[in-house]
Design a protein around this ligand. Structure first.
Ligand SMILES: CC(C)(COP(=O)(O)OP(=O)(O)OC[C@H]1O[C@@H](n2cnc3c(N)ncnc32)[C@H](O)[C@@H]1OP(=O)(O)O)[C@@H](O)C(=O)NCCC(=O)NCCS
Length: 156
């Protein structure tokens, strides 16, 4: 999978991909429709943020969004096409996000987890550190992962 920055003109495609991806879980259609209305993934948002897509043979198969807030990095999206799920691509995108967050000076990665995906995030080393109310009227786990800068060498 090739991971590259998203283009602003891909915003509508990525928003639709997120809805297809959410539909992998057993949610009723009405819930998915409400979810779709909460997405604010416009070309301006893509242009202003660290959005990266994973593509295979020229086809976008998933993406993530990273918000850099000083030492805190927020993983705001992580979505795969349903047919891409369970093939290791989630790990690839997550590890790419961790590397970018670390390179940007982040010391902690944080995200609000889809409840069905918490097992995946725990496999990635994430730990539930609190709860938050979502716009869809649910309580979502807030998960965190400390970011390590790798070995440091003393110059003394
Ligand atoms: C969450 C998501 C990105 C995971 O991606 P994926 O490609 O299926 O995950 P991977 O195949 O890379 O799995 C990595 C590891 O996590 C495990 N794993 C994956 N999904 C899991 C789950 N739901 N529960 C428990 N473990 C899971 C895998 O077994 C694998 O374990 P291993 O290291 O022992 O091999 C994907 O399921 C998805 O897009 N889901 C729909 C959208 C969604 O919920 N996004 C999250 C929004 S917060």
């Amino acid at each position: 999978m090739l991971i590259r920055p998203a283009r602003p003109d891909e915003a509508a495609f990525l928003a639709a991909l997120a809805v297809r991806s959410k539909g992998h879980w057993p949610y009723p259609a009405a819930f998915l429709a409400r979810f779709a209305r909460t997405l604010a993934l416009t070309p301006d948002v893509v242009a202003a943020n660290d959005v990266n897509v994973g593509e295979r043979a020229g086809e976008v198969r998933g993406f993530y969004t990273l918000l850099h807030r000083g030492v805190l990095a927020v993983l705001d999206d992580l979505w795969l096409e349903p047919a891409e799920i369970g093939r290791g691509s989630g790990r690839l995108l997550f590890e790419h996000a961790v590397a970018r967050a670390t390179a940007a000076g982040g010391t902690v990665l944080e995200w609000e987890a889809e409840p069905y995906a918490t097992g995946f995030y725990e496999r990635m080393g994430g730990v539930t550190d609190g709860w938050t109310d979502s716009p869809l009227g649910r309580r979502l786990p807030v998960m965190r992962l400390p970011l390590s800068r790798g070995p440091t060498f003393s110059t003394v």
